[in-house]
Structures are given as structure tokens and as C-alpha cells.
Write a new protein. Sequence first.
Length: 461
Amino acid sequence: MAPSAAERTVIENGAVATVDADDTEYASGHVVVAGNRIESVGPGPAPADLENVVERIDATGHLVTPGLVNTHHHFYQWLTRGLATDHHLFDWLVALYPTWARIDEPMVHAAAQGSLAMMARGGVTTAMDHHYVFPRGAGDLSGALVRAARETGVRFTLARGSMDLGTSDGGLPPDFAVESLDGALAATEDTVRAHHDPSPDAMVQVAVAPCSPFSVSTDLLRHGAELARRLGVRLHTHGSETVEEDAFCRERFGMGPTDYLASTGWLGEDVWMAHCVHMSDADIAAFARTGTGVAHCPSSNARLAAGIARVPDLLAAGVPVGLGVDGTASNESGELHTELRNALLINRLGAHREGALTARRALRLGTHGGARVLGRAADTGSLEPGKLADLVVWRMDTLAHASIADPVAALVLGAAAPVTASFVDGRRIVADGRLLTVDEDAVARTTRDQARRLARVAAGD
């Protein structure tokens, strides 16, 4: 649709943080949306002679930013929140794998709706899910995830995961929770062909995503990388999350996780990895040299006592870094604002102290950084003319934030700000803190019921 004929939404009189290359901000500015694209951004009110304006939002007392981008999640874990709360990663996985291996399509759809709804009402406009548990006979789990994303209205990357290294082969997941090598590769290719949209406007994209070095074979990693590059999609996995993972790789492969993943073709501009907590200088240099991205998940890393990722060093080296919620069995809140705040606070506990991150760097991680990690920075992640209209209008004049003069500092360091409006692809999906696309109360009931059903099934009832 040509801009002159497009329906327009005008947002004006609010503070604007564009997160463009120059970090341009306006104390009082405007954003005009035409169709599904941003038409103009600038200081002061919008042009007075605009045609086809269907909505005007007075953003006085608000901050307008790009939508938040979540780069790592496991939606199905919405049904197992609050369990194994005092475990490190390996023990946590061993405790929960037997339950996760009982999920089915209705459970996954409900968990995806809950996960997406929580993120969307909190300012996420682009989400991803790394789903790697595919019990036999469980139904169309990838289809359930895509359906939930379409219902919620969020832009979505499905990282079709897989595991083929069960306990009998020296892996961590139980044997009944894994797929065969050939089965995993075939199902992954089918998922890409069924759901991946390569266009700049895509609402759904698919990545190839074997789970982790301790749950997949070397052959699955190597052939998975070859498959992704043959199909022209991105690659995602976990890497360097814990000291236990590092020890596993050194004992089994004679090298650390980064060198092992590099040996299987898993470094490159089309790759991003979750966590990357235990990285040496050489590891960071390898990521920077190859353009490999990182999904930083500070809340989950703290919950599982994994450690503090070297985010300031990764950024200084030029590594693409975004933020991730991670699965809500290790991050019970399940929303990305927490990660903006915790990324700043936790990294200041590291070697760089108060110089680790600023509030604006944290916002960049959660917006443009995430878009870059997902390979979508050309079209989203900042407020610039021509980019997709994925943006959030945050209310900053309530008790929680009104006395903080700097709206970006208020957003990042303050309490979770109410969302007056959130737009994805030019469509408003949140109004005054409530989702317009799904019934939040109905989703809450369904997720509760499915969580109880999963517990009963796992217990053998």
C-alpha cells in the first residue's frame, strides 16, 4: 500500500527514544505510522496536513520506543513454573525433563499463549521460541506455536529445536525425550518449508536449533548447520551456559564449547547462541570475528546460578548481543522488562562495575540488539522512517515513574511501566495495559488447567 493511500496512526507530544545509530531522542516528538511502516519520526507535533489519519494518540507523559525483542525463550515451560527452584542447570534439567517429555499439542498451545501474552502486554513486539521437546504422538507442536503467535499478533521466530543424545548415549535428557538423527533433521526441514517467510515483512520465520552440546550428537549439529544454510535460515543453540557444560565438552570432546561448536560449523553471522556466560578472551574474539550473536538472559543465569556473562566485553569486541527471557521454569515472570533492568544491574556486579552498561545501552540490547541477533535489524529494532511499525508507548507519569526526569532511565531502572499502546506491523495489539488480540483471563484459565493436566500426566494419574 502506498504511503499516500495508507491509513495513518499519529503518536505525538511524548518523549521519543529512536535507538537509531545516533541514539537520537526527542524530549517531545512524534511518530507517524502509515500502513505497517513508520513514515516519519521527529521533534514536535506531527505534520498538520496528514490524510487518512484513523487514530491519534496524545503521548503526553509517555515514552515511545521501538518494541522489545526477545531472542531466547522456551514457551512450553510456562506450565512448569516454580519447580526445582534451588538447582543448578544440570540438576534442574534432570528434575524437569521427565515432566516436559509428557507435553502434547494442547499443552504447548496453551503455554505459548501464556508466554506470548505476558511478553506482549509488557512491550515485546518480536518474540522467539526455542522448542526442542517433541514426544512421540504429541501432535503438531510447531503448528501450535505458530498458531499462538498469530493469535497474539506478535512477530515470531520459531527455532525448531531437537535432541538426539539421550542418557544411554551419554547425554542429559532421558531416552524417551529424544528424536532420531534422521527424524529430527526431516522434521526440522518440514517446519522450515511449512512456516518460514523470508520476506522483510515476515510475521513468522524459522531457525534450525539443535538444543545444546550435552543433548545432541555431533552429527546433528553438523548436519543441522548444513541444513540451515541449504534452506537459507538462521541457526540457534545454547552455548557456554555453565561450568558443568564446559566440563562436559572438555571431557567428551577435548575442547571447550566454543571450539567444539566451531568445529561443527556453528559460528557465523547466521548463528546466535543463548547465554554464553563462560567465555574466554579467545572465545569472544571468535564470536566477534565470525559475527556470531548472543542472547543474554540475566534473570535465568541468576536463577540457575550459572554466572555473569561478559556482556561489556562482548559489546566492546563488536559481538551482536540481544536479551532473552529464557524459559519460564527458570524465569517465572516471563517478561522482558526484567531483563533490561537485570542486564544493567547484574553486569555492574562484574569486573567493569558502574561502567558495565548504561540505561540506554540496556534499552539498545532489548530492541536494536535483539533485532540484529535475529537477523531483522534492517526492518525493525529502531524508530526510523521505512522500518516496520513495531513500537511501544510507555506511560511514565504514574506514581512509579513521575519523579524520574529521564524517561529512559525510568523505563530501564524503574518498575515495569504500563503500556498504553503497543503496535506490531502497524496493528495495535495492546491498549491501556490489556491485550486486544486474546482474552487474558481465558488464557490464564487455560494455562492453569493445562499445567494441572501436565502434572497429573507426569505423575502417571
